[in-house]
Write a protein that binds this ligand. Structure first.
Ligand code: ATP
Length: 261
């Protein structure tokens, strides 16, 4: 099949997607986002975000680059060191990696919090139900009884016992303003975003420039491997991670196809 083979027509079930298509992952993520919109989980704006992400992933070679791999290991160590880790879930994350994010929460003993840019009770409910169907328990973000400072009302809503009180927060595909607000509160922030120039990864302590469908299982696998590691080893991994170098390596790969980082 040529790389320029057009995408197959719309399918009802992702099992119908041709697994040997050269851009299978892209077809799969697109399909899941479309399903998410149909099910009321993903906002229409999530489709635009997916399109932007897809373009950056193409330029990254649709693979986990070495600097992202190092970031995924540092993220696992950071989550294992945390006292109150929270994984933030928006509509794209729920559509793309529902089972995988539930598994990561279990492995690092973190809470899951529904945290939406376009927040409505219906979407919060649909996402919580979808996560429960994938094994989640005790989902946060439904009451959202606290506010992040310096953001307008709906975008600021978080749980007082969840993101507001967390020491380490994983925010995949986060909006730049909220990422900045969390940073200003002194949280350790782990951001997953395919665009290294986006504001969110640029304020992150651990920016992971990788597709969320690869990044979340990779962080889980590292966390499983490090589960019994002493704190000193985890701290050394966190301290050895260079966020500026990781962002620069991703940008070099995107701009010049450089494979050195
Ligand atoms: P800013 O952070 O500066 O506000 P933005 O407006 O581009 O940037 P959003 O639209 O809020 O950001 O979020 C979309 C971001 O998520 C984009 O940077 C896009 O590259 C990224 N993204 C989309 N799909 C994925 C994916 N599957 N995995 C990882 N990142 C993704």
């Amino acid at each position: 099949m040529s790389e320029y083979e057009p995408a197959p027509p719309e399918v009802d079930d992702e099992g119908e997607l041709p697994a040997d298509h050269p851009r299978y992952t892209d077809l799969l993520t697109r399909h899941r986002i479309e399903e998410g919109v149909r099910e009321g989980i993903t906002h229409l704006q999530g489709m635009h975000a997916e399109g932007r992400g897809s373009a950056f992933d193409y330029l990254l070679g649709e693979e986990t680059i070495p600097s992202a791999d190092r970031a995924e290991r540092a993220a696992a160590a950071q989550l294992l060191l945390a006292d109150r880790p929270v994984l933030s879930v928006n509509g794209n994350v729920a559509a793309l990696v529902p089972g995988e994010i539930v598994e990561l929460a279990a492995v690092v003993d973190a809470d899951l919090e529904v945290n939406l840019f376009n927040r409505t009770p219906e979407r919060v409910g649909a996402i919580a139900d979808h996560l429960r169907a994938h094994g989640a328990e005790g989902i946060r973000g439904i009451e959202a009884d606290a506010r992040l400072p310096a953001l307008d009302h709906e975008r600021a809503k978080v749980d007082a016992d969840g993101i507001y009180a967390a020491d380490v927060v994983l925010v995949p595909l986060e909006d730049g303003d909220r990422a900045k607000a969390l940073d200003a509160m002194g949280k350790v922030e782990i951001v997953i975003d395919l665009n290294p120039l986006s504001r969110s990864p640029r304020v992150a302590d651990v920016p992971i420039v990788d597709n969320v469908v690869r990044a979340v299982p990779a962080v889980t696998a590292y966390a499983e491997g490090l589960a019994d590691a002493p704190e000193s080893e985890l701290s050394a991994i966190v301290e050895g991670f260079d966020r500026e170098a990781a962002l620069a390596a991703a940008e070099r790969r995107i701009r010049r196809g450089a494979t050195d980082g």
